[in-house]
Design a protein around this ligand. Structure first.
Ligand code: SAH
Length: 250
């Protein structure tokens, strides 16, 4: 018996890994993060699987279901949105499983910031512009360490992928404008890869108004950075004047 922490991907039920889907199909239990996991993913469950929406459960209740599965020698598909390692609250679940000697494994998933980049048809790391992607958030119920405040991260001028912060878009803009400049491009992707996905392409000056006009209040990624302006140098990777270990002939 094992508990599998599975990344369900950003929404589109075809964006789960083959491995994750197979585990869901054969598990007797499925505990899913109902607030964000697309219900279509649950169609992969076997008809006899016991399903639990973790959105309304406490950690103790989640662990109790996992213990019950262990007693019955049944696998558990613990389905998280995107990739479980990003704001997934899996560490405490794993710690509790360690205490109980319950075996587990993680199956990665496509994080929503990657789905957002795909929607935008955008490379996040452009030569001459930015070679760094920062995943961060504005403080909410969960505090952000002082040394990681957005005003500090902004100094790098790296590509920012800001999770869990769309409600605070005002604050994000106020912090970033002095460093990135009022006309730095911003993209907001709401429900990337879902059927009701929405995209706003804007800049730090206008993005707050556009977000309000579009009624976007949750489930969105904010991407900020000059990569979105697409002024960049071509990569050396496919440059005919550049040789590397896979292409020695010019
Ligand atoms: N583990 C998830 C993130 C969970 S935190 C992942 O890897 O994507 C929840 C936040 O993720 C949301 O507030 C939103 O910022 C973002 N999010 C999740 N799914 C999204 C989607 N399909 N499109 C845009 N943002 C999404």
């Amino acid at each position: 018996m094992k508990v599998y922490f599975i990344g369900a991907g950003p929404g589109d039920p075809e964006l789960i890994t083959v491995k994750g889907k197979k585990i869901i199909e054969r598990s007797g239990y499925c505990i899913y993060a109902g607030s964000l996991v697309n219900p279509d993913i649950l169609k992969y469950c076997s008809k006899d699987a016991r399903k639990y929406d973790s959105a309304s459960m406490t950690l103790e209740e989640i662990i109790a279901v996992m213990e019950e599965a262990k007693a019955k020698n049944e696998d558990v598909a613990r389905v998280h949105t995107g990739d479980p390692s990003i704001y997934g609250a899996i560490q405490e679940q794993m710690l509790e499983l360690d205490k109980r000697g319950i075996d587990y494994e993680i199956v990665p998933g496509v994080s929503s910031f990657l789905a957002a980049a795909s929607t935008l048809k955008q490379e996040l790391t452009l030569p001459g512009v930015s070679q760094t992607v920062i995943i961060t958030r504005i403080e909410g119920n969960t505090p952000v360490p002082e040394t990681e405040g957005l005003e500090i991260l902004a100094k790098s001028k790296a590509t920012l992928c800001i999770f869990l912060s769309i409600k605070e878009i005002n604050k994000v803009v106020d912090i970033l404008k002095p460093v990135y400049g009022a006309y730095c491009p911003v993209a907001i992707v709401y429900k990337a890869s879902w059927k009701d996905e929405k995209v706003i392409i804007s800049n730090l000056n206008d993005v707050v108004d556009k977000t309000i006009q579009n009624g976007i209040k949750k489930t969105a990624i904010i991407i900020v950075g000059d990569v979105l302006s697409k002024n960049f140098e071509y990569s050396k990777l496919y440059d005919k004047h550049f040789k590397h270990s896979y292409r020695n002939k010019s």
